[in-house]
Design a binder for this molecule. Structure first.
Ligand code: PAF
Length: 280
């Protein structure tokens, strides 16, 4: 495995593979890797001749400076893990390499980024689209892998690929959970042990809610999930929405869609966690 920091050396390293038509798989990350990332990398390694993993904490997607500052940075252990997983190249560009000048592009995702994360983190998805489109341009992957935990991000990336007509296949990979059910996230590192116990209630509550759809409407389930989670010590729900899994717009009846997903954001202390669950 080789660690690469510039676009020029990335091009040099990938040239022979591109020339021979070898498939290039790509896993973009912000580092602080965990088993969720490892699952993406394993799939990428299994399905492609070359697996490129990027590690870049993208400033343009943070609407909160403190969140950016506190984002865990663990490059050394990340590289050890990636080596074990069989990644071919780790691309760790500097901020100057990714943004030699300010990226002023403004994407229009219609209603997709006006809800949920987009509503509470204004500008976040524009920043994600900026960096992912730049990384796609640099790596030129055949296939890129994204976790389904960031459910709305996956929808935005698919929409961006369609809008820009990029020749890359997007693969969504199911959420990986701790034995307690807590969705794996780099932010979990910031949770105290007691907070982790509380945070496990998020998925427990979501899972229970899926068994209640014969009796309750989506609005009633939303209320019940929010109340139950807010009653757990240290947890505070920012939003819970039950949406059509493609349009991400709220549904009012279980008959409104054949693909329904519940998406949640919860503060556990000052750590913001997201999760989601499929109703059908
Ligand atoms: O999901 C993430 O880690 C980031 O949003 C991504 C896709 C690497 C872009 O910075």
């Amino acid at each position: 495995m080789k660690v690469i920091t510039t676009i020029a050396s990335l091009n040099e390293a990938l040239a022979p593979y591109r020339f021979s038509g070898a498939s290039v798989g790509f896993v973009p990350t912000m580092g602080a890797l965990h088993e969720g990332h490892a699952t993406l990398v394993r799939q990428c390694v299994a399905e492609n001749k070359v697996c490129v993993v990027s590690i870049f904490v993208n400033p343009t997607q943070f609407n909160n400076k403190e969140d950016l500052r506190l984002y865990p940075r663990t490059l050394e252990t990340d590289c050890e893990l990636l080596e074990q997983l069989g990644a071919t190249f780790v691309f760790v560009p500097s901020e100057e390499e990714v943004y030699p000048e300010t990226d002023t592009r403004v994407f229009d995702f219609g209603a997709l980024d006006k809800v949920m994360e987009g509503r509470f983190r204004p500008g976040h998805f524009n920043g994600v689209a900026q960096v992912v489109s730049k990384l796609f341009e640099m790596v030129k992957p055949d296939t890129a892998y994204f976790g389904e935990k960031d459910f709305q991000q996956l929808a935005i990336v698919r929409a961006m690929v369609k809008q820009l007509d990029l020749p890359v296949r997007i693969v969504g990979v199911p959420i990986v959970r701790e034995p307690s059910g807590l969705a794996m996230s780099s932010r979990n590192q910031r949770l105290l042990e007691t907070e982790k116990i509380s945070a496990a209630e998020i998925y427990r509550t979501l899972k229970k809610s899926v068994t209640m759809t014969d009796t309750y409407t989506p609005a009633q389930i939303i209320d019940s999930v929010i109340n139950k989670i807010n009653n757990v010590s240290g947890l505070c729900v920012e939003y819970y929405e039950i949406v059509d899994g493609n349009s991400l717009q709220s549904i009012s009846s279980w008959q409104d869609s054949n693909y329904i997903v519940g998406c949640i954001a919860v503060f556990c202390g000052d750590v913001r966690l997201i999760d989601n669950i499929e109703y059908k």
